[in-house]
Design a binder for this molecule. Structure first.
Ligand SMILES: [Zn+2]
Length: 219
């Protein structure tokens, strides 16, 4: 059994405004991730309280959070820089032994199109000058969306962090092709989203337990 630490921040819509999602909803997503990862002996522990925080300078949620596919928008950089501010350390990251999770209302591409429900920043991809953003996840309030996928997003994005691959981790996800796999993508486009089962293959499990040893500790 291995334990992975999660630091979670929920943003307010505006300074002093309403949180984008409730703590209880987020705890439910973590509980779901724990059910899914039990099959490979990984447990997620929320570190300290879940923080409710105002949007940092450079983040305006009135039009969602701008998310660039395979890159970092200025809003993403501003958001991911929160880690240091709240953990009181000089570096923007609070070490490389945990995953930082941020909840926003929704994400948009630079062209204005809605982006998927979550995005992840694996260390193997965000290294060098972008190292401080690594091992981070941005999730949205899926429950607010009618096509919501049932809270699988956090578990799926954690999968990307643990696989820590520069390759596309996604498996097809179409009916008949790994539809129930955790890394099926885009899961939310599959007719009749699978919400009752998310499997991890032996190959994925091996990669998750070997590719990010810095995040895995003994209980
Ligand atoms: Zn994905």
């Amino acid at each position: 059994m291995k334990v992975v630490k999660l630091h979670i921040d929920i943003l307010n819509m505006t300074a002093g405004g309403k949180p984008v999602i409730s703590k209880s909803a987020v705890k439910q997503y973590v509980a779901w991730a724990n059910q899914i990862y039990a099959q490979i002996g990984i447990l997620f522990e929320i570190q300290g309280p879940i923080h409710i925080v105002n949007p940092p300078n450079g983040v305006n949620l009135n039009n969602g959070l701008e998310a660039i596919a395979g890159g970092l928008s200025n809003e993403e950089k501003a958001l991911l820089s929160l880690a240091g501010a709240f953990r009181g350390v000089p570096a923007l990251r609070d070490g490389d032994d945990d995953i930082n999770v941020y909840y926003v209302n929704y994400m948009v591409r630079p062209n204005g199109k809605r982006s998927p429900f979550g995005t992840s920043f694996p260390a193997a991809v965000y290294n060098g000058p972008d190292d401080k953003y690594a091992d981070s996840i941005i999730c949205t309030d899926e429950s607010a969306d009618p096509s919501e996928v049932g809270g699988q997003t956090l578990a799926h994005e954690i999968g990307h962090i643990l696989l820590n691959s520069v390759e596309d981790d996604h498996v097809d996800g179409q009916v008949g092709i790994n539809q129930v796999n955790l890394m099926a993508s885009p899961g939310w486009q599959v007719n009749g989203s699978v919400t009752d089962s998310r499997r991890i293959t032996a190959q994925q499990a091996k990669a998750m337990l070997n590719n990010t040893k810095n995040l895995l500790r003994n209980p």
